[in-house]
Design a protein around this ligand. Structure first.
Ligand code: 16G
Length: 261
């Protein structure tokens, strides 16, 4: 471990900026992991040690550590202490299966969390009207989330659906597709467009990478079996964390080679 004392020092004295102490301590530990001052496998000092160095109570330390364990950034091994969790490998995502973020991460044994950025019912934009087939009198449900796996923010997803499909965006829990499934509106087909981009200031801050870092912009238009468009989602994925993998086959002579678009 690098100079651990500098990670924890001064938390209490910088408390004037308003955030609860445990959140400041949590951020200090998370920043140390991201900057490589603490690396996977490193043991955290004992609760008592951290409390002394950070000049906070042990309850504050416990709360910060518990949240980082919940986020998957730290792991607790009974009897031997708390450690920085193994580093997350790049996520490989198949381009042939229509799965949800929650399902993709669960399959990898990763803990998913979302931070809500926006949700509500709005008049549709011209683009939403066109893609979702809405008239100007109809309304659109928007849900925007920062998607976090094992404590690492991976993507920002901004989904638009007809308000008749999703009249109450607040009803969406941890998974949009699970909510859609309940009303028989889970998409069965989607067209996805992926393009390279560089992150602007706001998105890079959310994804906790430097402004200008590489990203993948993904637009997904999903359909019901009837052919109706159900979801229009624009996502920004971190370029350093995601690989999209497509399987390609030699088409047989009797296939028309028709475009999916
Ligand atoms: C995926 C989809 C996104 C969909 C979300 C639902 C991509 C690029 N995007 O992240 O369009 O809205 O899953 O996930 O794959 P949820 O059910 O976990 O909310």
């Amino acid at each position: 471990m690098a100079d651990a004392s500098s990670i924890f020092a001064g938390i209490a004295t910088s408390a004037q900026n308003g955030a609860p102490l445990y959140l400041q301590l949590k951020k200090a530990i998370a920043d140390a992991v991201r900057r490589g001052l603490l690396v996977p496998g490193d043991a955290l000092p004992s609760e008592r040690d951290i409390a002394t160095r950070a000049e906070v109570s042990r309850v504050t330390v416990r709360k910060a550590v518990q949240e980082l364990v919940r986020d998957g950034m730290l792991v607790q091994r009974h009897g031997s202490g708390t450690f920085v969790a193994p580093r997350m490998d790049r996520v490989e995502q198949s381009l042939s299966r229509l799965t949800s973020f929650t399902e993709d991460m669960a399959r990898r044994g990763m803990k998913v969390r979302s931070a809500w950025l926006e949700r509500g019912i709005y008049p549709p934009s011209p683009e939403e009207m066109m893609v979702l087939g809405l008239s100007s009198k109809e309304l659109v449900a928007r849900i925007s989330r920062l998607r976090i796996a094992n404590g690492t923010p991976l993507a920002i997803e901004r989904a638009s659906l007809s308000a008749s499909t999703l009249p109450d965006p607040d009803a969406v829990g941890s998974s949009l597709y699970a909510t859609l499934e309940k009303t028989g509106n889970r998409p069965v087909r989607a067209v996805q467009r992926i393009s390279a981009a560089n992150l602007g200031d706001a998105d890079s801050k959310l994804l906790e990478v430097a402004p200008g870092s590489a990203s993948l912009n993904i637009e997904r238009i999903s359909y019901l079996l009837s052919g109706k468009v159900i979801e229009f989602t624009r996502s920004v994925y971190r370029g350093d964390a995601y690989d999209f993998v497509a399987e390609l086959r030699l088409s047989s002579p009797d296939e028309s080679g028709e475009s999916i678009l």
